[in-house]
Design a protein. Sequence first.
Length: 232
Amino acid sequence: MTELEKSKAIIQYIADAKKTTPVELYTDEEIKNVYSCKVIGKEGLKIVFGDWEEIDKIIKENNLTNYYLKNDRRNSGVPMLDIKNINARIEPGVFIRDKVSIGDRAVIMMGAVINIGAEIGEGTMIDMNVVLGGRAKVGKNCHIGAGAVLAGVIEPPSADPVIIEDDVVVGANAVVLEGVRIGKGSVVAAGAIVTENVPEGVVVAGTPARIIKGVDAKTSSKTELVDALRNI
């Protein structure tokens, strides 16, 4: 499938998805009709899971007064990714949308936001508060530093996504703009803003980012990945 076809497929998926407003209702009062909602508990405290349209009816029709509502989205078209069976280390507080691919032994740290269509390669670490935009691709054994942003492209569908090749290190708070490709083994310095493609095996820094040198032994020692952090 071409990148254009992938983009159009994602757009169609979002357009066709039933928009939902999932709500949790907590109450100790009697409930007679729960429609299609799921209920846990019969006596005492009950938890009702369902869409707001039906939860609202339940509250009104049963004249509930002692209840608590939990809700974190409105008319959402894309659910979060089911991560239970992914062979990776995924820490609390991440937001990973459906249709994301995560390779074996990858590490996703707290606060990361990974949008629909993104791809994360085997052994890659996505550090704290990183943003991977729609369709962004990160290769194997990369490190994307804390607070970095890889710009996303869902629309226009013809636009190219960010591509990070294998063995790349992106420093903290760096920004890689849409359509940019970072070559294998290269290093993006902290805080850099990358607006153009980067060849293999170089270090780029600055705003906009420019090549400052090739990757040498000193650079490699400073950007070495630790396999132990990727143990499952």
